[in-house]
Design a protein around this ligand. Structure first.
Ligand code: ADP
Length: 459
């Protein structure tokens, strides 16, 4: 059977408390026992001292200081709390005893007499504490005085105390368990509310939040964490929706252009020049769609961690090669500048780094005029290897700097100037960089140019 959380808490607390209470009850009983026994032993000691001065053994005969007093004393009567007395010789043979002993004898233990120590024994049906002292006459040891006091009342008191504690114990435990169960139930009530609220949140009402009851305790922290999680989920779902709608839009635009071109072509017979022109326009729409699809695939592919394998690369040689390659492809002058005096070795995925750099260098080419300089720089700063791609082109306005890495974001001027692109290049760069632990910093000024700086993780 699976116990509810409140029952488990109450059970554990009760178990610990039961051990503590058991120890406390045990100590109470022990202290009461020791106190009662000590008190009887003290009285017994006083009685012994009193009788030591009244009874003497002289050459085997008993003498009393006040014989008549002795005969009238309490030990001749049956009392509620009687004192029993017996006089024995050195071998323990009884010489005289108080009448309240009737046919019984006290116990003879010469070894205990020296220590004036009391012990418990039974006389007939009743329990007594006994003490024994030597009787000495003119320095000669003649016998022993045995004295006992009833222990019945004290035993009754101790037994009552033990019974009360034993009856109280399960009662206290049961009430403790029930109280703790109730309190534990009360304390986890806010958690129940959180559970029922979160159970009601689905994709359709992801904007709802769990109400914050006690902001400063752990439950408040839990509520805040759940709400933050919901916030992240909602943002990611919105991004996903936005991405799907942007992607559909990006594909629909060239498709409509393609359809329009073909409709115009089919309407009536055209000259061969017109056919060539329209078919070229259709090709450019197809090229745009395949570029978008290629980049969408690139975004999806790297999510599966394809580029996670890293190998050692010498950065300077690698950058020289890639710069030359893109420069010849784009037919542009791209200067390479190395600010380090020794080779720079990094651990990176070559394909991923190549994709990042080709996106950034192609952007530098796209967003700057043919006469404007493009530079690729490398070096180390505080032993962190870096790469910079600088252009003196159109630059990015400050309000767009935070958005350029969002999928499908393109600056209006780029669209207006018909610069080819899909708005996915920097999103791919961001994802790849994140996967490889590369930090990207952008500095740009509208009309003056941009610098994209990559800081590679130290290998
Ligand atoms: P694309 O270049 O295909 O439009 P990107 O994701 O590569 O998409 O870039 C997003 C936007 O950021 C671009 O549309 C452009 O407005 C801006 N941008 C990126 N690189 C540069 C740059 N080097 N100079 C100026 N603007 C840039």
């Amino acid at each position: 059977m699976k116990l509810a959380y409140k029952e488990r808490i109450a059970g554990r607390l009760t178990l610990v408390t039961s051990l503590i209470i058991l120890a406390v009850f045990g100590i109470i009983y022990l202290v009461a026992n020791v106190t009662v026994v000590n008190s009887i032993d003290r009285e017994l000691g006083l009685e012994t001292d009193k009788h030591r001065n009244q009874i003497f053994l002289v050459n085997g005969e008993i003498r009393f200081l006040h014989k008549d007093e002795w005969q009238e004393m309490e030990h001749s009567q049956i009392q509620l709390n009687p004192i029993f007395i017996e006089i024995v010789d050195l071998e323990g043979n009884s010489m005289d005893r108080s009448p309240n002993l009737r046919t019984n004898h006290l116990s003879f233990s010469p070894e205990k007499s020296a220590r004036k120590e009391a012990w418990t024994l039974r006389i007939g049906a009743s329990e007594v504490r006994q003490m024994q002292i030597p009787l000495v006459n003119a320095g000669k040891h003649e016998g022993y005085l045995l004295l006992a006091k009833s222990f019945e009342d004290s035993r009754e008191l101790l037994d009552n105390l033990r019974n009360v504690l034993l009856i109280l114990y399960p009662g206290v435990l049961l009430s403790l368990f029930l109280t703790m169960r109730y309190l534990a139930g009360k304390s986890i009530e806010p958690i129940r509310q959180i559970i029922s609220k979160t159970n009601r949140i689905t994709q359709s009402n992801l904007n709802e939040r769990v109400p914050l009851v006690e902001p400063n305790d752990e439950i408040g922290q839990l509520t805040r964490s759940i709400n933050e999680l919901l916030e992240r989920l909602e943002a990611s779902l919105n991004r996903e929706k936005q991405f799907t709608s942007d992607a559909s839009h990006e594909l629909r635009t060239p498709l409509s252009v393609l359809r329009g071109t073909l409709e115009v072509l089919i309407r009536k017979p055209r000259t061969s020049e017109e056919y060539v022109e329209k078919i070229k326009s259709a090709f450019s729409s197809i090229d745009r769609m395949s570029a978008t699809i290629d980049q969408l695939l690139a975004l999806a592919r790297e999510e599966k961690g394809k580029f996670s394998v890293k190998e050692e690369l010498e950065l300077i040689t690698f950058l020289e090669e890639i710069t030359d390659q893109i420069a010849s492809e784009q037919k542009r002058v791209i200067s390479f500048q190395c600010e380090a005096s020794a080779p720079i070795f990094v651990k990176a995925n070559e394909q991923s780094l190549q994709m990042i750099l080709s996106n950034l260098i192609q952007n530098a080419v796209k967003y700057s005029g043919t006469d404007q300089e493009i530079q690729v720089k490398t070096g180390t700063h505080n032993s962190i290897p870096y790469i910079e791609i600088c252009d003196a082109g159109s630059g990015i306005s400050p309000e767009h700097l935070g958005k350029i890495f969002d999928p499908f974001f393109r600056e209006k001027d780029a669209i207006n100037r018909s610069v080819p692109g899909t708005g996915l290049g920097l999103a791919i760069v961001k994802k790849l960089a994140l996967e490889s632990g590369i930090r990207i910093k952008v500095a740009s000024e509208k009309g003056k140019g941009s610098t994209f700086r990559l800081e590679l993780p130290d290998s």
